[in-house]
Ligand binder design. Structure first.
Ligand code: HEM
Ligand code: HEM
Length: 172
């Protein structure tokens, strides 16, 4: 017999793991690697912004945006706005985090984009930006702003989830 489980209690486990990961990356970069800075003589401090923003900004906030439909006991339209805004913040912080890696390379005379990590990273942030624009247009602008009943794509969420699982796997 199939059992239906509520997702909300499980989301607390995800929040908890995210908090532990955020604390660990902050301790690593601030305590063990000297701290964070956008302008500094010690270029490692500029680099340190990269893992902090990629993890806390891009992965954790992006993850929170994904589970927001399940982790907030709110109305659908409110959760949609939370989903949209959290994804936007994740995208912006991800872009700033990548800029920090480029800035560190440029100021340390290290070539850019020499690793598989960096090329996959560029692909991931680009696809994420495209996904955000797509979600904004289809699920917010057309549906919410124009209030068009004609815009309903059955199966769209399935493809969004499939695409997102692939994106998440690439990120990790
Ligand atoms: C989704 C998360 C991440 C993305 C999208 C990403 C993306 C990038 C990109 C595009 C670069 C190239 C910068 C350049 O060529 O100037 C880069 C460099 C680098 N990243 Fe990340 N990064 C992510 C997470 C991390 C994390 C968590 C760490 C470390 C703990 C890290 C460590 C590095 C290192 C060491 C470099 C310099 C060496 C290299 O280019 O491979 N990255 N990253
Ligand atoms: C990078 C950006 C985005 C990613 C990665 C993403 C990812 C996802 C994922 C994984 C789901 C499934 C969530 C669940 O079933 O609980 C989802 C659902 C959804 N997303 Fe997005 N999304 C993005 C941007 C947007 C934007 C900008 C909007 C505009 C409001 C949006 C609207 C929706 C809607 C309406 C659903 C369906 C919720 C439901 O009916 O259960 N998404 N999204």
């Amino acid at each position: 017999m199939a059992t239906r489980l509520k997702a909300l209690p499980f989301s607390f486990g995800a929040h908890f793991l995210a908090l532990i990961a955020a604390i660990m990356v902050l301790v690593w970069s601030i305590h063990f690697r000297g701290g964070l800075a956008w302008e500094a003589e010690n270029k490692n401090l500029i680099f340190n912004i990269h893992p902090v923003l990629m993890l806390i900004g891009f992965i954790i906030l992006g993850g929170e945006a994904i589970i927001s439909y399940k982790s907030f006991p709110l109305e659908k339209q409110v959760k949609k706005k939370i989903h949209l805004v959290l994804h936007a913040i994740a995208l912006i912080l991800g872009i700033i985090g990548i800029c920090a890696a480029f800035k560190n390379h440029n100021e340390s005379n290290i070539p850019n984009l020499y690793s598989l990590h960096s090329w996959i990273g560029i692909g991931v942030i680009t696809l994420y930006g495209i996904q955000w624009i797509y979600g904004f247009v289809v699920f917010f602008y057309l549906e919410v702003v124009l209030k068009s009943d004609a815009i309903h794509f059955p199966g769209m969420c399935f493809w969004e989830c499939l695409y997102m699982s692939w994106l998440l796997a690439m990120r990790v």
